[in-house]
Design a protein around this ligand. Structure first.
Ligand code: SF4
Ligand code: SF4
Length: 79
């Protein structure tokens, strides 16, 4: 039997990577965005924070800065 080892793709290497996401309840205070070292957070139309999962490093700094406690840092299970 011939075994073929496929090269690891970008998307598979991103699996199980930690990244932040926001649960419901963001009050758009904007405290988290300037704290993010990778600039992953923006406040969408002044309504709520959005985290770019491709840029997020999963450091958790934003979660600590959120007074509303609505940011979670979890291990992603998919692309
Ligand atoms: S976990 Fe770190 S890199 Fe990701 S959004 Fe929060 S502060 Fe930015
Ligand atoms: S610090 Fe929390 S409540 Fe404020 S904008 Fe960021 S996620 Fe929303």
């Amino acid at each position: 039997m011939v075994k073929v080892n496929l090269p690891e793709t970008d998307s598979s290497s991103k699996k199980n990577k930690k990244r932040a996401h926001i649960i419901s309840g963001c009050v758009a205070c904007g405290a988290c965005a300037p704290k993010c070292p990778s600039g992953s957070i923006s406040i969408y139309k002044g309504l709520y924070a959005v985290i770019n999962p491709e840029m997020c490093k999963g450091c958790g700094i934003c979660a600590k800065s959120c007074a509303a406690n609505v940011i979670r840092v979890d291990t992603a299970t998919g692309g």
